[in-house]
Ligand binder design. Structure first.
Ligand code: GDP
Length: 315
């Protein structure tokens, strides 16, 4: 990519989009295009067509998506499937019509079968049934991958798809109803410390295993692949290292300095038992994660403290 190239980052206010912007700026890209939701509704086909006509981006990072944790996914499956399908279809079709040189689509490791062999290889896609708590979201993301591959096959485009594992970092969503586990536990344990609570509740049994990637590492990998990769084959992004939710909660308790107990609410779902990406393909392509979980947690907690100065504001 030329440093002057016009690069559209869809979803620039989200966890991933904000980190991609930061990585692009750091790498010296000067012509970055963004559009807030008030300016461009990506679900609206005509609005997206007009935006691409007017702005003529040369590269697209498709990081805009309706995302959420296990509870939000179980409660609002229609929102997750509809909004994600529309965003992907609109952006990818307009990218094709307006001659975008290359597009990177952000998928998710939840597209893989619930009981996929661990760590999960890219070729596990569509080999088994999905985890029910986020099936609607996963189906929409699988459609995004298939859109990219179909356009590549039929129209000779260069649309690449990456499958990040569970992400965390600055600009994450810390809302307890809709967030993922890591930001939720930062907030719960921080508030527990502030209120000198005797205990903090973690959902599920604490036994599920997840892998966590710091979002700046993800952004770095996306930029690396945008610059160096052009095949249709999907690419996992992660650390390859898993941790139980219980162990994660203990780590966060230490970072935050909460002195009470951690208890488990087993009426809440566990979701997929284990989810760890096999990152061998990405390593072959020349990229590895560099931020370890302890460091990433400290940085994320610092960001949380600076941006959520009082946890009593109900944000
Ligand atoms: P998943 O990776 O798609 O299952 O999404 P989540 O990040 O939402 O949940 C991961 C695991 O953490 C599940 O087993 C949840 O039950 C568990 N968990 C424990 N406490 C919490 C919490 O406060 N919020 C969320 N979202 N998950 C939690």
């Amino acid at each position: 990519m030329d440093k002057q190239a016009k690069i559209y980052v869809a979803g620039h206010r989200g966890l991933v989009g904000a980190a991609i912007i930061k990585a692009l700026q750091k790498a010296g890209y000067v012509n970055i295009l963004t559009a807030g939701h008030e300016e461009l509704d990506l679900i609206n086909q005509e609005a997206v067509a007009n935006f691409f006509d007017r702005e003529k981006p040369e590269y697209v990072f498709l990081a805009a998506a309706k995302v959420g944790g296990i509870l939000a996914n179980s409660l609002y499956p229609a929102d997750f499937i509809y909004q994600n399908l529309m965003i992907e279809a609109n952006v990818i079709q307009q990218a094709y019509l307006k001659g975008v040189r290359k597009l990177l689509f952000l998928g998710s490791s939840c597209i893989y079968p619930k009981l996929a062999e661990q760590p999960i290889k890219e070729d596990a896609l569509l080999t088994g049934i999905l985890e029910s708590t986020n099936e609607a979201y996963a189906i929409a993301k699988i459609c995004g991958i298939k859109l990219c591959q179909a356009y590549n096959q039929q129209h000779k485009t260069k649309y690449i798809s990456v499958m990040p594992t569970n992400l965390y970092g600055p600009n994450d969503n810390f809302d307890l109803e809709s967030s993922h586990v890591l930001p939720a536990l930062i907030r719960k344990l921080h508030e527990g410390k502030e209120h000198k609570a005797k205990q903090v509740t973690v959902w599920g049994t604490g036994n599920p295993v997840r892998e966590f990637l710091y979002v700046d590492d993800l952004a770095d990998a996306c930029l690396y692949l945008m610059e160096n990769y052009e095949q249709s084959k999907i690419v996992n992004i992660g650390t390859g290292i898993g941790i139980t939710i219980h162990e994660l909660a203990k780590k966060i308790r230490d970072v935050v300095g909460f002195e009470g107990n951690i208890i488990f609410d087993t009426t809440k779902p566990d979701g997929t038992p284990v989810k760890i990406n096999d990152v061998a393909y990405l390593a072959c392509l020349g990229w590895r994660a560099s931020t370890d979980l302890d460091m990433g947690l400290r940085q994320t907690y610092q960001w949380y403290c600076e941006n959520y100065p009082s946890s009593n504001k109900g944000r």
